[in-house]
Design a binder for this molecule. Structure first.
Ligand SMILES: Cc1cc2nc3c(=O)[nH]c(=O)nc-3n(C[C@H](O)[C@H](O)[C@H](O)COP(=O)(O)OP(=O)(O)OC[C@H]3O[C@@H](n4cnc5c(N)ncnc54)[C@H](O)[C@@H]3O)c2cc1C
Length: 456
Protein backbone atom coordinates (compact mmCIF):
# COMPACT_ATOMS: atom_id res chain seq x y z
CA UNK A 1 0.00 0.00 0.00
CA UNK A 2 1.22 3.48 -0.85
CA UNK A 3 0.39 6.10 1.83
CA UNK A 4 -1.73 3.42 3.54
CA UNK A 5 -4.47 3.66 0.92
CA UNK A 6 -5.63 1.15 -1.65
CA UNK A 7 -5.95 3.43 -4.58
CA UNK A 8 -4.64 3.75 -8.08
CA UNK A 9 -4.75 6.21 -10.97
CA UNK A 10 -5.48 5.18 -14.54
CA UNK A 11 -4.75 7.47 -17.49
CA UNK A 12 -6.94 6.93 -20.56
CA UNK A 13 -10.43 5.39 -20.75
CA UNK A 14 -9.72 3.38 -23.88
CA UNK A 15 -9.85 -0.39 -24.15
CA UNK A 16 -6.84 -1.01 -21.90
CA UNK A 17 -7.58 1.76 -19.40
CA UNK A 18 -11.20 0.68 -18.87
CA UNK A 19 -10.18 -2.94 -18.37
CA UNK A 20 -7.43 -1.93 -15.92
CA UNK A 21 -9.67 0.44 -13.97
CA UNK A 22 -12.49 -2.08 -13.74
CA UNK A 23 -10.26 -4.98 -12.66
CA UNK A 24 -8.82 -2.85 -9.87
CA UNK A 25 -12.23 -1.51 -8.81
CA UNK A 26 -13.94 -4.91 -8.54
CA UNK A 27 -11.11 -5.98 -6.24
CA UNK A 28 -11.98 -3.19 -3.85
CA UNK A 29 -9.35 -0.66 -4.93
CA UNK A 30 -10.33 2.99 -5.42
CA UNK A 31 -9.57 4.18 -8.93
CA UNK A 32 -9.29 7.68 -10.34
CA UNK A 33 -9.61 7.47 -14.10
CA UNK A 34 -8.42 10.43 -16.17
CA UNK A 35 -9.75 10.76 -19.71
CA UNK A 36 -9.14 13.83 -21.86
CA UNK A 37 -12.32 13.36 -23.93
CA UNK A 38 -14.60 15.21 -24.53
CA UNK A 39 -12.41 18.25 -23.87
CA UNK A 40 -9.80 17.02 -26.30
CA UNK A 41 -9.96 14.29 -28.95
CA UNK A 42 -7.11 12.45 -30.69
CA UNK A 43 -7.31 12.57 -34.52
CA UNK A 44 -9.02 9.13 -34.55
CA UNK A 45 -11.42 9.44 -31.58
CA UNK A 46 -14.83 11.04 -32.06
CA UNK A 47 -17.21 9.64 -29.44
CA UNK A 48 -17.66 10.90 -25.89
CA UNK A 49 -18.01 7.32 -24.71
CA UNK A 50 -15.16 5.20 -23.39
CA UNK A 51 -13.50 2.18 -25.04
CA UNK A 52 -14.06 3.60 -28.48
CA UNK A 53 -13.32 1.24 -31.38
CA UNK A 54 -11.56 3.68 -33.69
CA UNK A 55 -11.73 1.53 -36.80
CA UNK A 56 -13.21 -1.93 -37.38
CA UNK A 57 -16.07 -3.24 -35.21
CA UNK A 58 -14.58 -6.74 -35.47
CA UNK A 59 -12.63 -8.20 -32.59
CA UNK A 60 -11.44 -10.90 -35.03
CA UNK A 61 -11.79 -14.67 -34.81
CA UNK A 62 -13.70 -16.19 -31.97
CA UNK A 63 -12.32 -19.68 -32.42
CA UNK A 64 -9.85 -20.95 -29.87
CA UNK A 65 -7.69 -22.62 -32.53
CA UNK A 66 -6.72 -19.09 -33.58
CA UNK A 67 -4.40 -17.16 -31.25
CA UNK A 68 -6.74 -14.17 -30.99
CA UNK A 69 -9.71 -16.46 -30.29
CA UNK A 70 -7.69 -18.11 -27.55
CA UNK A 71 -6.78 -14.75 -26.02
CA UNK A 72 -10.47 -13.88 -25.89
CA UNK A 73 -11.34 -17.23 -24.29
CA UNK A 74 -8.68 -16.69 -21.61
CA UNK A 75 -9.92 -13.17 -20.86
CA UNK A 76 -13.51 -14.35 -20.75
CA UNK A 77 -12.60 -17.03 -18.19
CA UNK A 78 -11.00 -14.32 -16.08
CA UNK A 79 -14.08 -12.05 -16.09
CA UNK A 80 -12.79 -9.38 -18.44
CA UNK A 81 -15.12 -6.39 -18.69
CA UNK A 82 -14.43 -5.92 -22.39
CA UNK A 83 -15.26 -9.56 -23.12
CA UNK A 84 -18.50 -9.21 -21.14
CA UNK A 85 -19.39 -6.09 -23.15
CA UNK A 86 -18.51 -7.83 -26.42
CA UNK A 87 -20.89 -10.71 -25.84
CA UNK A 88 -23.64 -8.37 -24.61
CA UNK A 89 -23.42 -6.28 -27.79
CA UNK A 90 -22.43 -8.93 -30.32
CA UNK A 91 -23.64 -8.75 -33.94
CA UNK A 92 -23.58 -11.69 -36.38
CA UNK A 93 -20.16 -12.04 -38.08
CA UNK A 94 -19.62 -15.73 -38.86
CA UNK A 95 -16.71 -17.14 -36.91
CA UNK A 96 -15.55 -13.66 -35.87
CA UNK A 97 -16.72 -11.71 -32.84
CA UNK A 98 -18.06 -8.36 -33.98
CA UNK A 99 -19.95 -5.83 -31.90
CA UNK A 100 -22.32 -2.94 -32.28
CA UNK A 101 -19.70 -0.29 -31.58
CA UNK A 102 -22.02 2.31 -30.00
CA UNK A 103 -23.68 -0.21 -27.68
CA UNK A 104 -20.29 -1.71 -26.86
CA UNK A 105 -18.80 1.64 -25.80
CA UNK A 106 -21.97 2.64 -23.97
CA UNK A 107 -22.03 -0.64 -22.04
CA UNK A 108 -18.44 -0.15 -20.86
CA UNK A 109 -18.91 3.56 -20.13
CA UNK A 110 -21.90 2.84 -17.88
CA UNK A 111 -20.12 0.03 -16.06
CA UNK A 112 -17.16 2.31 -15.38
CA UNK A 113 -19.12 5.42 -14.45
CA UNK A 114 -21.51 3.51 -12.20
CA UNK A 115 -18.88 1.62 -10.28
CA UNK A 116 -18.67 3.09 -6.75
CA UNK A 117 -14.91 2.60 -6.62
CA UNK A 118 -14.23 4.55 -9.82
CA UNK A 119 -14.07 8.33 -10.08
CA UNK A 120 -13.81 9.70 -13.61
CA UNK A 121 -12.07 13.01 -14.22
CA UNK A 122 -12.24 14.51 -17.72
CA UNK A 123 -8.80 16.02 -17.89
CA UNK A 124 -5.74 15.68 -20.03
CA UNK A 125 -2.67 14.47 -18.15
CA UNK A 126 0.52 16.01 -19.39
CA UNK A 127 3.19 15.09 -16.86
CA UNK A 128 3.79 11.43 -16.07
CA UNK A 129 6.40 12.17 -13.38
CA UNK A 130 4.15 14.50 -11.47
CA UNK A 131 1.10 12.25 -11.49
CA UNK A 132 3.01 9.13 -10.50
CA UNK A 133 4.89 10.70 -7.59
CA UNK A 134 4.03 8.51 -4.60
CA UNK A 135 1.06 7.01 -6.46
CA UNK A 136 0.34 3.79 -8.30
CA UNK A 137 -0.40 4.70 -11.90
CA UNK A 138 -1.45 2.76 -14.98
CA UNK A 139 -0.82 4.82 -18.09
CA UNK A 140 -3.03 3.60 -20.95
CA UNK A 141 -3.18 6.64 -23.19
CA UNK A 142 -2.98 4.67 -26.41
CA UNK A 143 -1.26 4.83 -29.80
CA UNK A 144 -2.36 8.44 -30.21
CA UNK A 145 -1.31 9.66 -26.76
CA UNK A 146 -1.62 13.44 -26.59
CA UNK A 147 1.60 15.29 -27.32
CA UNK A 148 2.46 16.76 -23.90
CA UNK A 149 2.05 13.38 -22.21
CA UNK A 150 4.02 11.61 -24.97
CA UNK A 151 6.82 14.13 -24.52
CA UNK A 152 6.92 13.61 -20.76
CA UNK A 153 6.99 9.80 -21.25
CA UNK A 154 9.78 10.22 -23.79
CA UNK A 155 11.80 12.14 -21.19
CA UNK A 156 11.08 9.56 -18.49
CA UNK A 157 12.32 6.75 -20.72
CA UNK A 158 15.49 8.54 -21.71
CA UNK A 159 14.39 9.74 -25.13
CA UNK A 160 15.12 6.86 -27.45
CA UNK A 161 12.64 4.59 -25.71
CA UNK A 162 9.48 5.91 -27.35
CA UNK A 163 8.51 5.38 -30.97
CA UNK A 164 5.93 7.44 -32.84
CA UNK A 165 5.50 5.38 -35.96
CA UNK A 166 5.28 1.69 -36.67
CA UNK A 167 6.72 0.37 -39.93
CA UNK A 168 6.63 -3.39 -39.62
CA UNK A 169 7.24 -6.14 -42.15
CA UNK A 170 5.05 -9.28 -42.15
CA UNK A 171 6.01 -12.17 -39.90
CA UNK A 172 5.64 -15.70 -41.26
CA UNK A 173 5.09 -19.02 -39.47
CA UNK A 174 8.31 -20.97 -40.19
CA UNK A 175 6.42 -24.26 -40.36
CA UNK A 176 4.49 -22.96 -43.38
CA UNK A 177 7.64 -22.19 -45.44
CA UNK A 178 8.45 -24.66 -48.23
CA UNK A 179 12.05 -25.61 -47.40
CA UNK A 180 12.34 -27.47 -50.72
CA UNK A 181 12.52 -23.98 -52.26
CA UNK A 182 13.85 -21.79 -49.43
CA UNK A 183 17.31 -22.29 -47.92
CA UNK A 184 19.28 -21.10 -44.90
CA UNK A 185 22.23 -18.76 -45.51
CA UNK A 186 23.47 -15.44 -44.23
CA UNK A 187 24.91 -13.03 -46.80
CA UNK A 188 28.56 -13.81 -47.66
CA UNK A 189 28.46 -16.60 -45.06
CA UNK A 190 28.73 -14.10 -42.21
CA UNK A 191 27.05 -15.15 -38.96
CA UNK A 192 24.74 -18.03 -38.20
CA UNK A 193 23.14 -19.35 -41.46
CA UNK A 194 19.94 -20.24 -39.59
CA UNK A 195 19.32 -16.59 -38.85
CA UNK A 196 18.15 -16.12 -42.46
CA UNK A 197 15.89 -17.97 -44.86
CA UNK A 198 16.29 -17.14 -48.53
CA UNK A 199 13.65 -17.42 -51.22
CA UNK A 200 15.35 -17.16 -54.62
CA UNK A 201 13.54 -16.07 -57.78
CA UNK A 202 14.12 -16.56 -61.50
CA UNK A 203 13.52 -13.59 -63.82
CA UNK A 204 10.09 -14.99 -64.74
CA UNK A 205 9.11 -15.34 -61.08
CA UNK A 206 10.39 -11.83 -60.35
CA UNK A 207 8.34 -10.38 -63.23
CA UNK A 208 5.14 -11.95 -61.92
CA UNK A 209 5.84 -10.82 -58.35
CA UNK A 210 6.90 -7.32 -59.39
CA UNK A 211 3.79 -6.69 -61.47
CA UNK A 212 1.53 -7.98 -58.72
CA UNK A 213 3.27 -5.78 -56.15
CA UNK A 214 3.11 -2.50 -58.05
CA UNK A 215 -0.57 -3.05 -58.88
CA UNK A 216 -1.69 -4.27 -55.44
CA UNK A 217 -4.26 -2.44 -53.38
CA UNK A 218 -3.07 -0.31 -50.47
CA UNK A 219 -4.93 0.27 -47.21
CA UNK A 220 -6.60 3.65 -46.82
CA UNK A 221 -4.41 6.05 -44.91
CA UNK A 222 -5.86 8.49 -42.42
CA UNK A 223 -4.67 12.08 -42.83
CA UNK A 224 -2.50 11.89 -39.70
CA UNK A 225 -0.96 8.62 -40.96
CA UNK A 226 -0.14 10.23 -44.33
CA UNK A 227 1.73 13.03 -42.60
CA UNK A 228 3.58 10.66 -40.26
CA UNK A 229 4.46 8.41 -43.17
CA UNK A 230 5.97 11.26 -45.16
CA UNK A 231 8.03 12.20 -42.12
CA UNK A 232 9.33 8.71 -41.47
CA UNK A 233 10.08 8.06 -45.15
CA UNK A 234 12.13 11.20 -45.35
CA UNK A 235 13.88 10.99 -42.01
CA UNK A 236 14.38 7.29 -41.48
CA UNK A 237 14.62 6.01 -45.05
CA UNK A 238 11.86 3.60 -44.16
CA UNK A 239 9.93 3.17 -47.37
CA UNK A 240 7.04 0.79 -48.05
CA UNK A 241 8.20 -2.04 -50.30
CA UNK A 242 5.52 -1.27 -52.89
CA UNK A 243 6.60 2.39 -53.05
CA UNK A 244 10.21 1.33 -53.54
CA UNK A 245 9.11 -1.08 -56.30
CA UNK A 246 7.28 1.71 -58.13
CA UNK A 247 10.55 3.66 -58.39
CA UNK A 248 11.82 1.25 -61.03
CA UNK A 249 11.93 -2.37 -62.14
CA UNK A 250 15.37 -3.02 -60.63
CA UNK A 251 15.09 -0.99 -57.41
CA UNK A 252 14.17 -3.99 -55.26
CA UNK A 253 16.93 -6.13 -56.83
CA UNK A 254 19.44 -3.56 -55.58
CA UNK A 255 17.62 -3.16 -52.28
CA UNK A 256 15.81 -5.69 -50.09
CA UNK A 257 15.77 -8.35 -52.84
CA UNK A 258 19.50 -8.17 -53.57
CA UNK A 259 20.68 -11.71 -54.46
CA UNK A 260 24.46 -11.19 -54.10
CA UNK A 261 26.36 -13.14 -51.46
CA UNK A 262 23.62 -15.75 -51.25
CA UNK A 263 24.66 -18.41 -53.79
CA UNK A 264 22.05 -21.02 -54.61
CA UNK A 265 22.81 -24.34 -52.88
CA UNK A 266 22.08 -26.16 -56.18
CA UNK A 267 24.31 -24.24 -58.65
CA UNK A 268 26.44 -21.94 -56.51
CA UNK A 269 25.25 -19.03 -58.69
CA UNK A 270 23.34 -15.96 -57.53
CA UNK A 271 19.60 -15.96 -58.19
CA UNK A 272 17.93 -13.20 -60.23
CA UNK A 273 16.45 -11.80 -57.02
CA UNK A 274 16.22 -13.13 -53.46
CA UNK A 275 13.77 -12.40 -50.69
CA UNK A 276 15.36 -12.79 -47.26
CA UNK A 277 13.51 -13.66 -44.08
CA UNK A 278 15.16 -12.93 -40.75
CA UNK A 279 14.65 -15.06 -37.65
CA UNK A 280 12.38 -13.25 -35.21
CA UNK A 281 12.64 -15.40 -32.08
CA UNK A 282 15.08 -17.80 -30.38
CA UNK A 283 12.91 -20.80 -31.13
CA UNK A 284 13.01 -20.06 -34.89
CA UNK A 285 9.23 -20.37 -35.23
CA UNK A 286 8.80 -16.84 -36.66
CA UNK A 287 10.64 -15.13 -39.54
CA UNK A 288 10.06 -11.59 -40.82
CA UNK A 289 10.41 -10.62 -44.48
CA UNK A 290 13.39 -8.26 -44.50
CA UNK A 291 12.65 -4.77 -45.84
CA UNK A 292 9.02 -5.55 -46.62
CA UNK A 293 7.33 -2.90 -44.45
CA UNK A 294 4.16 -2.19 -46.33
CA UNK A 295 0.75 -0.66 -46.27
CA UNK A 296 -0.87 -3.09 -48.70
CA UNK A 297 -4.19 -4.35 -47.40
CA UNK A 298 -3.95 -7.61 -45.45
CA UNK A 299 -5.64 -9.71 -48.20
CA UNK A 300 -3.26 -8.22 -50.77
CA UNK A 301 -0.24 -9.02 -48.61
CA UNK A 302 -1.46 -12.60 -48.45
CA UNK A 303 -1.98 -12.76 -52.23
CA UNK A 304 1.17 -10.95 -53.37
CA UNK A 305 3.70 -12.28 -50.84
CA UNK A 306 2.50 -15.81 -51.47
CA UNK A 307 3.88 -15.40 -55.02
CA UNK A 308 7.38 -15.58 -53.49
CA UNK A 309 8.80 -19.06 -54.13
CA UNK A 310 8.73 -21.00 -50.85
CA UNK A 311 5.96 -18.83 -49.40
CA UNK A 312 3.08 -20.20 -51.53
CA UNK A 313 1.37 -21.53 -48.39
CA UNK A 314 2.78 -18.99 -45.96
CA UNK A 315 0.80 -18.36 -42.80
CA UNK A 316 1.07 -14.81 -41.51
CA UNK A 317 1.56 -14.43 -37.77
CA UNK A 318 1.48 -10.67 -38.27
CA UNK A 319 0.84 -8.60 -41.37
CA UNK A 320 3.00 -5.62 -42.28
CA UNK A 321 1.76 -2.24 -41.09
CA UNK A 322 2.77 1.39 -41.43
CA UNK A 323 0.89 3.73 -39.16
CA UNK A 324 1.24 6.32 -36.48
CA UNK A 325 1.70 4.53 -33.20
CA UNK A 326 3.13 5.81 -29.96
CA UNK A 327 4.77 2.83 -28.31
CA UNK A 328 7.54 2.11 -25.88
CA UNK A 329 10.72 0.25 -26.61
CA UNK A 330 9.52 -2.10 -23.89
CA UNK A 331 12.17 -4.88 -23.66
CA UNK A 332 14.47 -3.92 -20.81
CA UNK A 333 12.05 -1.20 -19.75
CA UNK A 334 8.88 -3.04 -18.73
CA UNK A 335 8.44 -6.20 -16.67
CA UNK A 336 6.06 -9.03 -17.69
CA UNK A 337 3.37 -7.33 -15.57
CA UNK A 338 3.82 -4.12 -17.61
CA UNK A 339 5.40 -2.13 -14.76
CA UNK A 340 8.53 -0.04 -15.30
CA UNK A 341 11.57 -2.01 -14.16
CA UNK A 342 12.97 0.69 -11.88
CA UNK A 343 9.61 2.18 -10.93
CA UNK A 344 7.34 -0.59 -9.72
CA UNK A 345 4.49 1.87 -9.02
CA UNK A 346 4.26 2.92 -12.68
CA UNK A 347 2.53 0.60 -15.14
CA UNK A 348 1.83 1.03 -18.84
CA UNK A 349 -1.00 -0.72 -20.65
CA UNK A 350 -2.52 -1.04 -24.09
CA UNK A 351 -1.11 -0.45 -27.52
CA UNK A 352 1.60 1.85 -26.15
CA UNK A 353 3.37 -1.13 -24.52
CA UNK A 354 4.01 -2.71 -27.93
CA UNK A 355 1.05 -5.05 -28.11
CA UNK A 356 -0.91 -4.60 -31.33
CA UNK A 357 -4.69 -4.80 -31.61
CA UNK A 358 -7.89 -4.24 -29.67
CA UNK A 359 -7.94 -7.45 -27.64
CA UNK A 360 -4.19 -7.45 -27.14
CA UNK A 361 -4.58 -3.97 -25.63
CA UNK A 362 -7.32 -5.27 -23.36
CA UNK A 363 -5.09 -8.16 -22.31
CA UNK A 364 -2.30 -5.84 -21.19
CA UNK A 365 -4.85 -3.60 -19.44
CA UNK A 366 -6.10 -6.66 -17.61
CA UNK A 367 -2.62 -7.72 -16.41
CA UNK A 368 -1.58 -4.18 -15.47
CA UNK A 369 -4.90 -3.51 -13.73
CA UNK A 370 -4.90 -6.56 -11.48
CA UNK A 371 -1.24 -6.10 -10.65
CA UNK A 372 -1.59 -2.41 -9.88
CA UNK A 373 -4.48 -3.38 -7.59
CA UNK A 374 -2.44 -6.13 -5.97
CA UNK A 375 0.41 -3.70 -5.37
CA UNK A 376 -2.04 -1.25 -3.80
CA UNK A 377 -3.35 -4.00 -1.52
CA UNK A 378 0.12 -5.26 -0.58
CA UNK A 379 -0.30 -8.55 -2.46
CA UNK A 380 2.23 -10.40 -4.60
CA UNK A 381 2.34 -9.80 -8.33
CA UNK A 382 0.79 -12.34 -10.69
CA UNK A 383 2.90 -13.13 -13.74
CA UNK A 384 1.13 -15.08 -16.46
CA UNK A 385 2.85 -18.11 -17.93
CA UNK A 386 4.13 -18.10 -21.52
CA UNK A 387 1.90 -21.11 -22.10
CA UNK A 388 -1.06 -18.73 -22.14
CA UNK A 389 -1.66 -16.11 -24.83
CA UNK A 390 -2.02 -13.42 -22.13
CA UNK A 391 1.40 -14.37 -20.74
CA UNK A 392 3.02 -14.92 -24.16
CA UNK A 393 2.19 -11.30 -25.03
CA UNK A 394 3.37 -9.85 -21.73
CA UNK A 395 6.65 -11.78 -21.92
CA UNK A 396 7.14 -10.78 -25.56
CA UNK A 397 6.73 -7.14 -24.61
CA UNK A 398 9.21 -7.33 -21.76
CA UNK A 399 11.77 -9.55 -23.52
CA UNK A 400 11.35 -8.75 -27.24
CA UNK A 401 12.50 -11.03 -30.02
CA UNK A 402 16.10 -11.56 -31.06
CA UNK A 403 16.18 -8.52 -33.32
CA UNK A 404 17.64 -5.35 -31.80
CA UNK A 405 14.61 -3.44 -33.10
CA UNK A 406 11.48 -4.02 -31.07
CA UNK A 407 8.26 -3.97 -33.03
CA UNK A 408 4.69 -4.31 -31.83
CA UNK A 409 3.16 -7.76 -31.77
CA UNK A 410 -0.32 -9.19 -32.00
CA UNK A 411 -1.52 -12.45 -30.44
CA UNK A 412 -0.07 -15.41 -32.32
CA UNK A 413 1.15 -18.93 -31.75
CA UNK A 414 4.75 -18.02 -32.63
CA UNK A 415 5.26 -16.28 -29.27
CA UNK A 416 3.59 -18.88 -27.05
CA UNK A 417 5.84 -21.47 -25.32
CA UNK A 418 6.42 -24.37 -27.74
CA UNK A 419 4.61 -27.64 -27.01
CA UNK A 420 6.86 -30.26 -25.49
CA UNK A 421 5.30 -33.00 -27.61
CA UNK A 422 4.87 -33.55 -31.34
CA UNK A 423 1.28 -33.13 -32.50
CA UNK A 424 0.27 -35.07 -35.58
CA UNK A 425 -2.27 -33.87 -38.16
CA UNK A 426 -0.92 -30.45 -39.12
CA UNK A 427 -1.29 -26.88 -38.05
CA UNK A 428 -4.94 -27.04 -36.97
CA UNK A 429 -4.26 -29.83 -34.47
CA UNK A 430 -1.15 -28.06 -33.20
CA UNK A 431 -3.06 -24.83 -32.61
CA UNK A 432 -5.82 -26.76 -30.86
CA UNK A 433 -3.22 -28.36 -28.60
CA UNK A 434 -1.83 -24.90 -27.72
CA UNK A 435 -5.34 -23.72 -26.89
CA UNK A 436 -6.19 -26.76 -24.78
CA UNK A 437 -2.97 -26.35 -22.78
CA UNK A 438 -3.45 -22.59 -22.32
CA UNK A 439 -7.01 -22.87 -21.10
CA UNK A 440 -6.15 -25.62 -18.66
CA UNK A 441 -3.27 -23.48 -17.29
CA UNK A 442 -5.70 -20.58 -16.81
CA UNK A 443 -8.13 -22.87 -14.98
CA UNK A 444 -5.48 -24.42 -12.74
CA UNK A 445 -3.14 -21.48 -12.01
CA UNK A 446 -5.06 -18.24 -12.48
CA UNK A 447 -8.75 -18.81 -11.86
CA UNK A 448 -8.18 -17.84 -8.20
CA UNK A 449 -8.04 -14.29 -9.53
CA UNK A 450 -11.82 -14.47 -9.79
CA UNK A 451 -12.12 -14.86 -6.01
CA UNK A 452 -13.26 -11.37 -5.13
CA UNK A 453 -16.53 -9.95 -4.02
CA UNK A 454 -17.53 -6.95 -6.04
CA UNK A 455 -19.81 -4.88 -3.87
CA UNK A 456 -21.37 -3.31 -6.97
C1 LIG B 1 -6.53 4.77 -36.48
C2 LIG B 1 -6.37 3.44 -35.78
C3 LIG B 1 -7.11 2.35 -36.20
C4 LIG B 1 -6.99 1.12 -35.55
N1 LIG B 1 -7.74 0.06 -35.97
C5 LIG B 1 -7.67 -1.12 -35.33
C6 LIG B 1 -8.50 -2.21 -35.73
O1 LIG B 1 -9.32 -2.10 -36.64
N2 LIG B 1 -8.39 -3.38 -35.06
C7 LIG B 1 -7.51 -3.54 -34.04
O2 LIG B 1 -7.46 -4.63 -33.46
N3 LIG B 1 -6.72 -2.52 -33.62
C8 LIG B 1 -6.77 -1.31 -34.25
N4 LIG B 1 -5.95 -0.27 -33.86
C9 LIG B 1 -4.93 -0.49 -32.82
C10 LIG B 1 -5.39 -0.56 -31.36
O3 LIG B 1 -5.95 -1.81 -31.14
C11 LIG B 1 -6.38 0.50 -30.94
O4 LIG B 1 -5.76 1.73 -31.08
C12 LIG B 1 -6.84 0.33 -29.47
O5 LIG B 1 -7.90 1.21 -29.26
C13 LIG B 1 -5.74 0.58 -28.47
O6 LIG B 1 -6.26 0.55 -27.16
P1 LIG B 1 -5.62 1.47 -26.01
O7 LIG B 1 -6.46 1.27 -24.81
O8 LIG B 1 -4.19 1.21 -25.94
O9 LIG B 1 -5.80 2.97 -26.55
P2 LIG B 1 -7.13 3.79 -26.89
O10 LIG B 1 -8.27 2.87 -27.07
O11 LIG B 1 -6.75 4.71 -27.98
O12 LIG B 1 -7.39 4.62 -25.56
C14 LIG B 1 -6.56 5.65 -25.14
C15 LIG B 1 -7.41 6.68 -24.41
O13 LIG B 1 -6.55 7.59 -23.77
C16 LIG B 1 -7.02 8.91 -23.95
N5 LIG B 1 -5.87 9.83 -23.83
C17 LIG B 1 -4.84 10.01 -24.69
N6 LIG B 1 -3.96 10.89 -24.18
C18 LIG B 1 -4.44 11.27 -22.96
C19 LIG B 1 -3.98 12.16 -21.95
N7 LIG B 1 -2.85 12.84 -22.09
N8 LIG B 1 -4.72 12.32 -20.83
C20 LIG B 1 -5.90 11.65 -20.67
N9 LIG B 1 -6.39 10.81 -21.60
C21 LIG B 1 -5.66 10.60 -22.73
C22 LIG B 1 -7.65 8.88 -25.33
O14 LIG B 1 -8.62 9.90 -25.49
C23 LIG B 1 -8.29 7.49 -25.35
O15 LIG B 1 -9.61 7.49 -24.88
C24 LIG B 1 -6.07 0.98 -34.47
C25 LIG B 1 -5.32 2.07 -34.05
C26 LIG B 1 -5.47 3.32 -34.69
C27 LIG B 1 -4.67 4.48 -34.20
Amino acid sequence: MINGKSEIIVIGAGLAGCEAAYQAAVRGVKVTLYEMKPKKFSPAHHSENFAELVCSNSLRSNQTNSAIGLLKAELKLLNSLVMEASYQTQVPAGSALAVNREQFSKYITEKIKNHPNITVINEEISDIDKISEGKIVVCASGPLTSEPLAESIRKLTGGAQLHFFDAAAPIIDFSSVDMEKAYYASRYGKGNPEDYLNCPMTKEEYDIFYNALINAECADLKEFDKKSQEDITVFEGCMPVEVMAKRGYDTLRFGPMKPVGLPLPTTGEDAYATVQLRRENKEGTMYNIVGFQTHLTFPEQRRVFRLIPGLENAEFFRYGVMHRNTYLNSPGFLTPIYSVINRPNLFFAGQMTGVEGYIESVSSGFVAGINAARLAMGQEAVVFSKETQIGALSHYVSEGGISSIFQPMNANFGIIAPLNKKVKGGKKNRYEAYAERALSVIMSDYIFLNNYEDSN
